[in-house]
Write a new protein. Structure first.
Length: 379
């Protein structure tokens, strides 16, 4: 017997316990544990719904607001799959839920009794499984396909300013108008990917910073797997101002993409903290700067991922994120380093830094040499 579990991402911890109870009872439970999207992802989900013996709907306010969960539930109903609603989180009203006519299994508190109720309901539901209708009903379209299209656009090596503006407009509307928590979280990730694109213009970067510091962005992140509420690690963004000696450490934060699948919260300060999206505690703390860190960038150097940071101590550090060690320290600025970026120059990767000393320096990261220094009079 196979069981399909439909759930909202915010309820992942409760669903882990639910799936384990089913596994212990000898029942095979399937759920979407990937963060991917698009047509192939959605087609896989629909195929698992078609072949399951029972459709378990992990009921909560999060699931009711999830467009993906509602689409999965509607498709299971259209196929005539036995549906077992299992309440795992708070609900404003069961009477207005899309499964109000069904008996709901109370699983809000994980216990042996709740596990027995769950397995009993699933077994009874499987006994009523009928053959699928022929022909099959039309499948629902993949949710949020426009976000997948946006992701494909951002992934382009070259991104024109006009295309950045169009993408930014779509993401702004999604952040303000989407009610589905999963879509809002994905929108935040896409905003950061656009912000980190090498072609992102200054004006678009400032717009993204404002969006990420907005109430809508904070509401989208709150309760997600990026941090644990009340842990003191809430992602907070600020403008691009220079740090001062009165700033408390670790108060400015940035969410950066380390790889295509791993997100980390870079808490900008001294030290730098890398926090995996699935862990509330810092995964790695980078120490070495003697004053606040104002800017970080991520790039590849000699085929490996490195983190570059600029600090109020006037230095630029190149870090190995796998060990936390400093690969090289670049010195030459006489004031705070407020920004760092990377690009290609004459076929090689270079680091660009801006400082309170009024200069912009171009560095060779392989040997730490200054290739060029640009300066303008400070009035």
């Amino acid at each position: 017997m196979s069981v399909f579990i439909s759930y909202a991402r915010q309820d992942a911890a409760a669903v882990d316990a639910l799936a384990e109870d089913l596994r212990v009872a000898g029942q095979q439970a399937w759920r979407d544990t990937e963060l991917g999207g698009g047509e192939a992802w959605w087609q896989t989900i629909l195929e698992h719904i078609q072949t399951c013996s029972v459709f378990v709907f992990a009921l909560s306010d999060h699931a009711i607001r999830s467009q993906s969960c509602r689409a999965e539930l509607d498709y299971a109903k259209a196929l005539g799959i036995p549906i077992v609603p299992v309440q795992i989180g708070p609900m404003e009203s069961l009477l207005t839920a899309p499964i109000a006519e069904l008996q709901v299994v109370d699983y809000k508190q994980h216990s042996a009794t709740a596990g027995i109720r769950l397995v009993t309901a699933v077994t009874a539901g499987a006994a009523t499984r009928r053959p699928l209708p022929d022909p099959l009903p039309n499948p629902p379209p993949a949710p949020f396909t426009y976000l997948q299209q946006v992701a494909n656009t951002i992934a382009e090596f070259s991104l024109r300013s006009v295309d950045q503006g169009l993408v930014l407009g779509q993401l702004r509307r999604a952040l303000c108008n989407e009610v589905d928590n999963r879509a809002r979280e994905d929108t935040i990730k896409l905003l950061w990917q656009l912000r980190l694109h090498p072609d992102c213009t200054y004006n678009h970067a400032r717009e993204i910073d404002d969006l990420l510091d907005s109430r809508a962005a904070r509401a989208a992140v709150r309760g997600s797997r990026w941090f644990r509420p009340g842990s003191g690690q809430e992602p907070r963004t600020t403008g691009s101002r220079a740090a001062t000696k009165d700033d408390p450490p670790r108060h400015r934060s940035r969410l950066l993409v380390l790889t295509g699948a791993v997100l980390a919260l870079i808490a900008v300060g001294a030290p730098i903290m890398l926090v995996n999206q699935d862990q509330p505690a810092p995964e790695l703390v980078l120490t070495g700067h003697t004053r606040a860190v104002n800017s970080v960038a991520i790039t590849k150097l000699d085929g490996r991922m490195v983190i570059i940071s600029g600090s109020d101590d006037g230095t630029i550090s190149i870090w190995d994120p796998t060990t936390g060690g400093i690969l090289r320290t670049l010195t030459g600025h006489t004031g705070s380093v407020n920004s760092v970026a990377t690009t290609e120059l004459d076929g090689r990767m270079v680091i660009i830094s801006g400082s309170d000393d009024g200069t912009i320096s171009i560095w060779d990261p392989t040997n730490g040499d200054t290739l060029r220094t640009l300066s303008t009079p400070i009035r």
